[in-house]
Ligand binder design. Structure first.
Ligand code: KG4
Ligand code: ZN
Length: 332
């Protein structure tokens, strides 16, 4: 059985975790930087990188201690190597390289998006490849056919904002602060989704794209009109976003061979209304619906350690070289 130390530092969460190849999270810690970034209404890359640099080393030490393990017990050290805010990614990746070198342990450079994409398999041992995946976070909005470790086909992606970004920007317009997704979801529960007419960009489009910029602007105009309740704007926004997601999923579904499961991952997967819509979509097509627990949906290091476990288990596994570069962009 393998044991992997995972490190995540690509955005505003500093995280470390120890995960075994039989899917046990032996220890995990996560430090959010919400308080540092809140005054700016979004993540400030320089502040994020500095906070990772201060917190990561003691956090790794704490995680090892929590689990009663040492670096010598680890079969690999996995760190996010991109995509993300480059300063933060470098802090995590360079830390992993140093630990790997000092303990003579294999290094695994993980694509953060693949971490999200494989996270449902950490939570659910029965989830086999292939599956249709909606990956919706603050930086990404994609539909992927996941056929194996390192084997994905992108079926749709956003041409402007990510879905989480649209939630965050709508939250800002409504004065709900940062991060906005959970706040919009809470407010939407008190609102009427039929009250505010909002656009559904690219609905029915024959191109494999999402677009949320127009929806975000419409939310701003609705707020400025001064005639709608904030809760109704939040509910109407969430309903419009879900319609767009379901339309693009249908587009993707129509273009692939049947797959047994629909999976959602990324921060927006924590949203119960989005989950419910996806569940209905899957049910109508006789697919299983798999959503990891919300804690595994938002950024965390257990998913990075798990992606390391998956790589380690591949035939012909090769560690990554110590000179591998951190990548701000790294499409799946
Ligand atoms: O995956 P994640 O933690 O970080 C990225 O890799 O981007 O995703 C964070 C995003 C943020 O935009 C946040 O507002 C959104 O996920 N999010 C939500 C909810 N919880 C987090 N969006 C809608 N509803 C939620 N409950
Ligand atoms: Zn993420």
């Amino acid at each position: 059985m393998g044991l992997v130390l995972g490190i995540e530092s690509s955005c505003d969460e500093t995280a470390a975790a120890l995960v075994t190849s039989d899917r046990t999270i032996l220890a995990q810690r996560i430090a959010s930087q919400d308080a540092e970034h809140a005054p700016y209404g979004g993540v400030v890359p320089e502040i994020a990188a500095r906070a990772h640099a201060e917190r990561l080393a003691p956090m790794i030490a704490a995680v090892l201690e929590d689990a009663g393990k040492t670096l010598d017990d680890c079969d690999a050290i996995a760190a996010t190597a991109g995509p993300g805010l480059i300063g933060g990614v470098m802090v995590g990746l360079v830390s992993a390289k140093a630990l790997a070198m000092a303990s003579d342990t294999p290094l695994i450079a993980v694509n953060h998006l693949e971490g999200h994409a494989l996270s449902p398999r950490l939570a659910d041992p029965t989830l086999d490849f292939p599956y249709l995946l909606l990956l919706a976070s603050g930086g990404h909005c994609q539909i992927l056919l996941v056929e194996g470790v390192g084997r994905h086909t992108r079926l749709a992606t956003t041409i402007d904002d990510a879905l989480g970004e649209a939630f965050d920007k709508s939250a800002k317009v409504l004065g709900l602060g940062y991060p906005g997704g959970p706040a919009v979801e809470r407010l939407a529960k008190e609102g009427d989704a039929t009250k505010v007419p909002l656009p559904r960009p690219l609905l029915g489009s024959k191109e494999p794209h999402f677009s949320f910029a127009g929806l975000k602007s419409a939310v701003l105009r609705a707020k400025e009109a001064g005639i709608y309740a904030d809760a109704d704007i939040a509910a109407s926004f969430q309903a419009a976003a879900l319609d767009c997601v379901l339309d693009r999923l249908k587009f993707s579904w129509d273009r692939i061979d049947r797959v047994p499961a629909l999976v959602v991952a990324g921060g927006v997967a924590a949203n119960q209304a989005i989950r419910a819509g996806l569940e209905r979509f899957a049910e109508e097509r006789a697919m299983r619906f798999v959503a990891p627990p919300p804690k595994l949906c938002t950024d965390n290091a257990a998913m990075i350690a798990w992606a390391g476990c998956e790589r380690l288990a591949l035939d012909g596994f090769r560690p990554d070289p110590l000179d591998i570069a951190a990548r701000p962009r790294w499409p799946l």
